[in-house]
Design a protein around this ligand. Sequence first.
Ligand code: MF3
Ligand code: CO
Ligand code: CO
Length: 291
Amino acid sequence: MKRNDPCWCGSGKKYKKCHLDFDARLAELDLNISLSQIRPTHDLIYNAREIEAIKKAAVINSGALDLIDKLIKPGLDTLSLDSAVHDYIVEHGGHPSCLGFEGFPNSICTSINNVVCHGIPSKDEILQAGDIVNVDITTDLDGYFADASRMYIVGGKTTPEAERLVKITREIMEEGIRAVKPWHFVGDVGAACGAMAHANGYSVVTILGGHGVGREFHTAPFVSHDCAANTGMLLVPGMVITVEPMINAGVKDVVTDEDDKWTVRTADGSLSAQWEKTVLITENGTEVLAS
Ligand code: MF3
Ligand code: CO
Ligand code: CO
């Protein structure tokens, strides 16, 4: 690419006025292969117009989660939450990305108590007072994706153990987001989340994790929530990732349901919690795009 060519990021600016210095900095970095340090590719970097598009998807996605805030209550089946969200997203011009994703049958994931993630909504699944539930929603609007999830305590009251898990898991996610820094490595997220989880006596699911998001539902990098600092992909301004720790009260091992091929449960039946936000890496830090 020549200095006066339009920049590869699609901003419409000349390369020399846009990502030329950025590319030089990226190329000069001496990565440590033994730490599996990876240079990000250009397709993982979003320009201002694309970031606005992700934000628009995020507004709908947050609206859908706000709807869950209002609807969720003991006695309700999870399929009615699913159809309410489906209709809300479609009425706002978006598409619920989970629906049909690798054959997933519904628009949201509802993961209750010992279910870690990817729980399938059902009319036979009735929310009980004291259940802890993760509702995970992804929206795509005009080809751009936003992904977030929240935990709910059904009926507002549960055991002290479950309440603590929900609260600490949220703090672990926030700690993970604080570890996201431009020109630092994605492994810093896992180092921060892992340290905080272990200090609180919890385990961290590592066979599943966060991801890049934006042009597609899931892109590189994989975001581990328990790993060594200074490893994995370099995070640079314009990248968008999710931070979504799955935290277990017992062992970290999980089992996927053999019949539905989706529902992931803790291997020991212990409680699990998860919160998720979509985060943009900026020049100076981060901006939460979806929560
Ligand atoms: N939203 C989940 C995530 O955070 C992915 C759900 S995939 C589905 O990455 F197919 F189960 F919906
Ligand atoms: Co999600
Ligand atoms: Co996600």
